[in-house]
Design a protein around this ligand. Structure first.
Ligand code: DC
Length: 228
């Protein structure tokens, strides 16, 4: 069967990565979480004195950007790929609140995006890849054979994050989470470089009223339509 490129974009906390990972695993494709790459650049910046409070030393980061190599290796225990920064496994470090709070301004820098897009395109050269993010169908793989744009109401996304945090035993306020979801939507859609938008040829998936199982089924149908 011919291998294709699959681009999954959309708002934060939409369940993009869950569906992307599940599809990649089922069809034997590589899965790349492009958000993890921007998180890894943020971690590098924190560790290398590029942040002074919330200010970024952009000149220093620019000088070092080509020394930042990001790769992914399958973790046999979780069955999912872990993120490596210059050969070191940083999967858990890039998910901290500190990194989450610093990744937005890092991912808005033009030279950071250029460097990451180059690495992402190299990863997809052989096709057989599912990549999720914000600009995959518009900028990274504009010729992807299957493009999905995922959305859901802010309230349902906030509720899902609230349930997830509560499930981990963490304190959470629904109103704070909802505010954060809305704020990130605004930043993602209004930044100057590669703002989040649906590619004209992307299929729209609003999963507000779908279960994970229903969403998975829908995605498989689309994959089968394109590959058969
Ligand atoms: O999907 P995530 O929350 O892990 O993404 C982290 C950040 O990176 C988020 O602020 C959006 C940004 N991002 C981006 O600008 N472009 C992508 N292709 C993926 C993520």
């Amino acid at each position: 069967m011919k291998k294709i490129t699959i681009a999954i974009d959309g708002f934060s906390s939409c369940g993009k990565s869950t569906m992307a990972k599940d599809l990649a695993k089922a069809v034997g494709y590589i899965y790349i979480d492009s958000g993890a790459m921007y998180r890894a650049v943020s971690l590098y910046s924190i560790e290398n004195g590029i942040f002074n409070g919330n200010n970024i030393d952009t000149e220093k980061l620019k000088l070092n950007i080509h020394n930042i190599q990001i790769s992914f290796k399958l973790n046999p225990e979780t069955g999912r790929p872990d993120t490596y920064l210059n050969g070191v496994n940083v999967e858990s470090q890039i998910r901290t609140m500190e990194v989450s709070s610093k990744v937005s301004p890092i991912s808005a820098l033009d030279f950071v995006r250029k460097a990451m897009v180059t690495q992402q395109q190299a990863m997809g050269k052989e096709k057989g890849i599912v990549m999720d993010g914000r600009d995959i169908g518009t900028t990274v793989f504009p010729d992807a054979e299957l493009k999905i744009f995922v959305t859901a109401s802010p309230e349902i996304r906030a509720q899902r994050r609230y349930d997830e945090l509560k499930g981990k035993g963490q304190e959470a306020s629904f109103d704070d989470i909802l505010e954060n979801v809305k704020q990130r939507d605004y930043i993602d859609q209004h930044r100057e470089v590669s703002p989040l938008r649906k590619a004209d040829d992307a299929l729209l998936l609003d999963n507000t009223n779908l279960t994970i199982e229903e969403q998975k089924e829908w995605l498989f149908e689309q994959f089968n339509k394109v590959t058969r």
